[in-house]
Ligand binder design. Structure first.
Ligand code: HEM
Length: 412
């Protein structure tokens, strides 16, 4: 029998997106090779080998992310049934999995719009400007602690993790000294090692912890985001909890990964570190360039096709998954000049590290401000900072949705 082009494509489809990096700052060579072969291709998904798609070019990445026929409701293991009374309300869509209440990153309009709108005022550039002195205070606090502590030190534990964690806790009104109640669970949600049950347990723990806080804030409001959300009559309790969990989780792992990996990249490209030191006005552009060059969005952004339609000459079918490889899109020569180079004076405009379309990162202004202040503080306070171990000995995290380093031993 004749073998069709689509059968050949299916037979050659890679199993999952390659995750092992050959060089700490570059996308896996295997995923770059897929990108050079075709901007869109068949891919098989774990665990059962279901056929879907992989999109690797900048052009198509934007196109997929801007089109809501590519749904953000995935029925992934992170979406767990929450045993709360209002859950039935979330079951009125076609699919096997209920949506997690409040978790609007996994919803489509109009549910997504209704919840995201509640937060857009909080995350404007102007509101973030007002937070600037608080970020600066947290950064100073951690720099003082580093200077006073042992040398060498682990920059991940002493600086990269606490700065964004303190900030998001303060914004939400979650006590930072109770962080052991959410840190391990927020990490478990993003790992690719954890089973569906593991993620479900982590999510349930987070709902229990934040749910208690929501009730307490309703009874005794304080000046923070969680109290404001708890006082909103249009939001159900479990929605408030879900939104807060989303912010807590999205707001701290990501920025932490960028701070540590970004520092490592600047130390390994010393001329770039020195440039930022000599010309602090380059910092805003430098942060964009680090976001593009490092692309910590490691497993890509995943969507599920809502209906059958033709896309770029391919017949795509309802319920197929599509992975948008942000790493390759951010290294696409059709969009960026010399994308394989880290150049803090370059033009990183249009990078997709914060996504694109209706789900584009809500916290991006906060993240940018944290990174600018944190990198600037580090360079100013420790101009002679260097790695305390050979690069090859820095442990990489490749088994999570976000790429980064597990530890960064530094000395000064
Ligand atoms: C969404 C990246 C920091 C809150 C996203 C998305 C990306 C992203 C790629 C889109 C996901 C998708 O389309 O499926 C990052 C990176 C960060 C960062 C690289 C740091 C360097 C933050 C911070 C916060 C935050 C600090 C909150 C304080 C959110 C929220 C969404 C989101 C709430 C969901 C938006 C929606 O679905 O409408 N982020 N993020 N992020 N991010 Fe961030």
């Amino acid at each position: 029998p004749e073998i069709t082009a689509s059968e050949t494509a299916a037979a050659e489809a890679p199993y999952g997106i390659p995750l092992e990096r050959d060089h700490p700052f570059d996308p896996p060579a295997a995923v770059m090779a897929l990108h050079r072969g075709a901007e869109m291709r068949r891919m098989r998904y774990y665990p059962e080998g279901r056929l879907g798609w992989l999109v690797t070019s900048h052009r198509l990445a934007r196109k997929v992310l801007a089109d809501t026929r590519f749904s953000s409701t995935l029925g992934s293991p992170a979406q767990v049934p929450i045993p709360m009374p209002a859950l039935e309300a979330y079951l009125d869509f076609e699919g096997d999995f209920p949506l997690t209440p409040g978790m609007f990153i996994e919803m489509d309009p109009p549910d997504h719009t209704r919840l995201r709108r509640k937060l857009t005022g909080v995350f404007t550039v102007k509101r973030m400007k007002q937070l600037e002195p608080r970020i600066a205070a947290h950064v100073q606090d951690r720099l003082d602690a580093l200077a006073a502590g042992p040398n060498p030190a682990d920059l991940v534990a002493e600086f990269a993790v606490p700065v964004p964690a303190m900030m998001i806790c303060e914004l939400l009104g979650v006590p930072y000294d109770q962080r052991e109640r959410f840190e391990a669970d927020s990490r478990a949600i993003f790992t690719t090692d954890e089973t569906g049950e593991g993620k479900q347990a982590a999510m349930l723990n987070l709902f229990a912890f934040i749910g208690e806080l929501v009730a307490a804030k309703r009874a005794n409001p304080t000046d923070d985001l969680l109290s404001d959300l708890a006082a909103d009559p249009e939001l159900a309790d479990e929605e408030v909890a879900g939104m807060a969990i989303l912010l807590l989780v999205a707001g701290h792992e990501t920025t932490a990964k960028m701070l540590a990996l970004g520092t490592m990249a600047l130390l390994e490209n010393r001329d770039q570190w020195e440039l930022l030191r000599a010309r602090p006005e380059l910092m805003a552009g430098g942060v964009e360039e680090l976001l593009r060059y490092l692309t910590i969005i490691h497993t890509g952004l995943i969507r599920q096709v809502k209906e059958d339609f033709e896309f770029e000459g391919h017949q795509i079918k309802a319920r197929e998954y599509v992975t948008v490889s942000v790493q390759t899109a951010n290294r696409d020569e059709a969009h960026f000049i010399e994308p394989e180079k880290l150049d803090v004076t370059g033009d990183a405009k249009g990078h997709l590290t914060f996504g694109h379309g209706v789900h584009q990162c809500l916290g991006q202004q906060l993240a940018r401000m944290e990174m600018r202040i944190a990198f600037a503080g580090l360079i100013e306070r420790f101009p002679g900072l260097r790695l305390a171990v050979p690069v090859a000995e820095v442990p990489l995290v490749t088994g999570q949705s976000f790429y980064g380093v597990a530890e960064l031993p530094v000395t000064w």
